[in-house]
Design a protein around this ligand. Structure first.
Ligand SMILES: Cc1ncc(C[n+]2csc(CCOP(=O)(O)OP(=O)(O)O)c2C)c(N)n1
Length: 278
């Protein structure tokens, strides 16, 4: 079923809020990674608002859906979405990366905040998510496990061990969304270490795999629906995005992978985002 206009608008409004939160959080921390989460905001909001069953009410229910953020450095956006879901108190967001806050610069497993897996060291995520998916199936649960990853994380060999194993066990309750923006910490992914066509790769590993425009919430929703319809294979959604989406001076600029905006840059970023408000 195609996402109706009202639901699509609600997702876009949440993605907008996430972008504002991200630039404010990274600015307040004076360090962090704004580019990735700005690029991921549309597909992450689609996942969290429309698909994943993760709410304050079911947080402690073992059968609930699970999420693993493989590109852990992009966690400002993840925390902002958990706040949008009412799981993290909004006021905590401004303590991002501060001493004593649970919202550190990479996600730390925290049952109270619904953070299911610690990440930051690239490459572990799909193994963890596969284990959760297999465990859920062995328990006879209806749980779906979602993992976000990136073109940079796809350079890690362990991702492909996990991809082999997930296909071997037919983990159709597992979906990975890959943030494919051709950018990583040291520059353009195609120059640093080209991972090539990830849809073809996942298909070759026995997965159901599709390419989508990661900023088109209707297309992302359709891909997530198709993943739910799969009964034999795990699913990979290769989301083509622009790092820094929504802030002109950050868009497609590797330099904004992991730098905080200064006061003037924050002001400009917020003004530009305001002008784009859906
Ligand atoms: C095992 C490991 N090696 C290296 C790093 C350092 N590192 C942090 S982010 C990053 C690039 C990741 O690429 P991507 O997720 O595509 O970056 P983005 O799109 O957010 O710029 C690297 C190599 C790490 N976190 N873990």
């Amino acid at each position: 079923m195609v996402l109706n206009r009202e639901r699509a608008d609600a997702i876009r409004a949440t993605a907008h809020q996430v972008r504002e939160d991200v630039v404010r959080m990274v600015h307040a921390a004076k360090c962090g990674h704004p580019g990735g989460p700005l690029g991921m905001a549309d597909f992450m909001a689609t996942l969290f608002i429309e698909h994943m069953q993760l709410t304050p009410e079911n947080l402690h229910t073992p059968e609930r859906d699970r999420f693993v953020l493989g590109n852990g450095h992009t966690c400002a956006g993840y925390y902002a979405l958990l706040a949008a879901q009412g799981i993290i108190p909004r006021e905590e967001l401004m303590n991002f990366r501060k001493m004593g806050s649970p919202l550190q610069g990479h996600p730390h497993r925290n049952a109270t905040l619904g953070i299911d897996f610690s990440t930051g060291s690239l490459g572990n995520s799909l193994s963890g998510a596969s284990g959760m998916a297999l465990g859920a199936r062995l328990n006879g649960w209806d749980t779906r496990v979602y993992s976000a990853s990136s073109d940079g994380e796809s350079q890690e060999g362990q991702i492909w061990e996990a991809a082999t194993s997930a296909a071997h066990y037919g983990l159709s309750n597992l979906t990975v969304i890959v943030d494919f923006n051709n950018i990583q910490i040291d520059g353009e992914m195609r120059q640093v270490m080209n991972v090539r066509d990830l849809r073809e790769k996942y298909e070759a590993f026995g997965w159901h795999a599709v390419d989508v425009d990661g900023h088109d919430v209707v297309a992302v929703d359709a891909a997530l629906c198709a993943a739910k319809d799969e009964t034999e294979r795990p699913s990979a959604i290769i989301a083509h995005t622009h790092l820094g989406k929504g802030v002109s001076f950050m868009e497609d600029q590797p330099g904004w992978h992991g730098v905080a905006p200064n006061d003037e840059e924050l002001e400009q970023a917020l003004a530009e985002l305001e002008a784009l408000q859906p």
